[in-house]
Design a protein around this ligand. Structure first.
Ligand code: ATP
Ligand code: MG
Ligand code: FE
Length: 356
């Protein structure tokens, strides 16, 4: 089975052709990062307009790199939620047009399900059946990106087999990196540059500037807006740090964010009695997170699975794969498929508290 996946939920126009087994035949990602950089964040209207310009060439390139035509496909998968409505609409229209014209089934994919299954993608002809790189179900997954930060229990690939155990109550982890980088005059996106600076810093030297992030509380929820405000107050009082002081502040900030992500993920795995941990989302690129998560998992006998970076950040391959599994299960959507701004994954907690 060969499935085309189209992703336009945020600031990447992406398309890929993937098999039901997770083999990535092509994966084209066109990032809008430079377009949004002057604004320090994603501007929805700018994103939608650029997706409209890019989606057809990106899809063509994905098909051509995979050496297939639309007629060779077994289906078309597209991110239908969650995301920016206008941005999602562009991908949906492209997917519907192609599916209709080629007479192929259409399936909508929840972007978060794509991220949570991206660990199964096999890139560049990796050996078949390597169980060391692919977890078995169930696993606990930390998804941390610019728009989402949550911990999930994944019992299987179907949407009903995935449950959110805890999420951020305010900013996403990547959003915190981006906002702090902006405060420090480091540009956008902030994650990679803060990560680099933190490597040469001493977190203890700037510990007074950032609070620990409710690391001891039993809750599996995150909150990252307080630490951003603490950095803002620090900068307002003392001015923007430079040189070693800047590196120390980055190390202290990153250390606090990473500690919260690691501790809560490990706590979730233990509470669920699950021995496998999977990372996903752009923040999974963070060197500090990778190192501390690896150490914490090793200490507690948990197996850690970290997909290659191309599978962690937004891409079409994870959408194609999640769609292929839906198609293989006999599911399909109609041409009425509409964009939704929210995920359909059930939550145990919600912004502001209360169970749902
Ligand atoms: P969505 O949240 O909808 O999945 P997104 O575009 O925000 O979309 P990604 O593309 O997965 O998410 O990730 C981008 C985010 O990851 C940005 O916030 C960026 O700062 C952060 N990021 C990237 N590299 C690093 C890093 N090395 N350390 C920390 N954060 C990073
Ligand atoms: Mg992105
Ligand atoms: Fe994403």
């Amino acid at each position: 089975m060969r499935v085309l996946g189209i992703e336009t939920s945020c600031d990447e126009t992406a398309a890929a052709v993937v098999t039901e087994g997770g083999d990535v035949l092509s994966d084209v990602v066109r990032s809008q990062v430079a377009l949004h950089a002057p604004y320090g964040g994603v501007v929805p209207e700018v994103a939608a307009r650029d997706h409209a310009r890019a989606v057809v060439p990106v899809v063509r390139e994905a098909l051509s790199r995979a050496g297939v035509s639309a007629a060779d496909l077994d289906g078309v998968a597209v991110t239908s939620r969650p995301g920016l409505a206008g941005a999602l609409l562009v991908g949906l229209q492209a997917a519907k047009g192609l599916a209709w014209a080629a007479g192929k089934p259409l399936v909508g994919v929840d972007h978060l399900v794509g991220h949570l299954l991206a660990v199964f993608l096999r890139r560049g002809g990796a050996p078949l059946g390597d169980e060391h790189e692919r977890p078995s179900f169930p696993y606990v997954a930390l998804l941390a990106s610019g728009g989402h930060t949550a911990i999930y229990r994944v019992d299987g690939p179907a949407i009903g087999a995935i449950r959110e155990l805890g999420a951020t109550r305010d900013d996403a982890a990547g959003e915190a990196f981006d906002k702090v980088a902006k405060l420090l005059g480091l540009g956008y996106p902030g994650g990679p540059v803060v990560d680099r600076l933190a490597a040469g810093g001493d977190a203890a030297a700037a510990a007074d500037a950032v609070p620990a992030l409710m690391a001891r509380k039993e809750s599996l929820e995150f909150s990252f807006s307080g630490i951003k405000s603490a950095v803002a107050r620090h900068v307002a009082k003392r001015g923007r740090p430079e040189g070693q002081a800047l590196r120390d502040l980055c190390a202290a900030f990153q250390g606090a964010v990473v500690d919260a992500l690691v501790q809560k993920t490990v706590r979730a795995a233990r509470a669920e009695g699950i021995e496998r941990v999977v990372l996903g989302g752009g923040v999974a690129a963070n060197q500090g997170l990778r190192a501390k998560m690896a150490a914490a998992c090793e200490r507690r006998g948990l197996a850690l699975f970290v997909p290659p970076l191309a599978s962690c950040t937004d891409n079409g391959a994870m959408i194609a794969y999640a769609g292929a599994l839906r198609l293989a299960a006999g599911e399909r959507d109609t041409l009425d498929l509409a964009p939704e701004t929210r995920t359909a994954l059930p939550r145990v907690t919600r912004k502001g508290g209360g169970a749902r």
